[in-house]
Write a protein that binds this ligand. Sequence first.
Ligand SMILES: C[S@@+](CC[C@H](N)C(=O)[O-])C[C@H]1O[C@@H](n2cnc3c(N)ncnc32)[C@H](O)[C@@H]1O
Length: 257
Amino acid sequence: MPQSLTELANLYATDKGTIGPSTEWGAHNYTDIYEGYLYRYRQSPINFLEIGLGVTGDQWESHIVHGRNTGGASLRMWYDYFQNAKIYGMDVNPCPYLDNDRIKTFVADQGKIEDLDAFVEATGGIEFDVIVDDGSHRPDHQQVSFSYFFKHLKSGGLYFIEDLASNGLGDGGNERIACDSVRNTRTVLKHYLQNGNFEDPNALIDQAYLSEHIDYIGFHVPPRKIKYVFRPSIRRLLKKVVYYKTDQEGLCIIRKK
Ligand SMILES: C[S@@+](CC[C@H](N)C(=O)[O-])C[C@H]1O[C@@H](n2cnc3c(N)ncnc32)[C@H](O)[C@@H]1O
């Protein structure tokens, strides 16, 4: 029986699954959601791209690489899951040690158009079936990469953005993943769903193309584990606060027409 995506995530200790690298690191519970969208591709010869590979180096100290996680965990998971896919990886840190018969990694900054152009040239301008952004999580970077790569997604292709956060203009978010020159990505995309245009300021390139080609945008609120150091009555209260707050969507999927 082939392993599920969650089993593979837990095997390699990416935080996309239900366990993660260590007890200090909260798992994100994304893989059950991913599997609903991606199971049909399991044996298909798809082109798959992940931005942000969980590898450490001079450009970015990748904290996820600790405990059971030895680096590149999600690429290893995707490789096992998609038996016939070509897996492309992009990161600011080089990680050629992950390359094999179906994996090819590239060094690029997802927020720099010139880097993305170089990536497209190096890969011969191929079109992708599935793209996952698990890179810097900065909203400007997410928006540049999404609007750039949406043009390189096949018709019917899926684009996922992980770890949406309140980290844009007016949010006062965490420094490393924040950027206050644009609205956070969740807000920009929700605004599109509700009003048919993208909230400003944003870093999206060619919004007319996006409007013409977006078929569907969906959001997910995966459960996040909270540490139970409180007594049950406080826990019940906390659960309400944690689970019923608005703007908690952590994962977003955009399908192309
Ligand atoms: C959260 S980790 C990815 C985890 C991995 N996908 C997994 O599930 O195991 C984020 C990665 O993004 C990379 N990164 C940070 N800023 C980046 C940027 N501007 N462009 C591309 N990659 C970036 C980091 O080097 C790091 O390896």
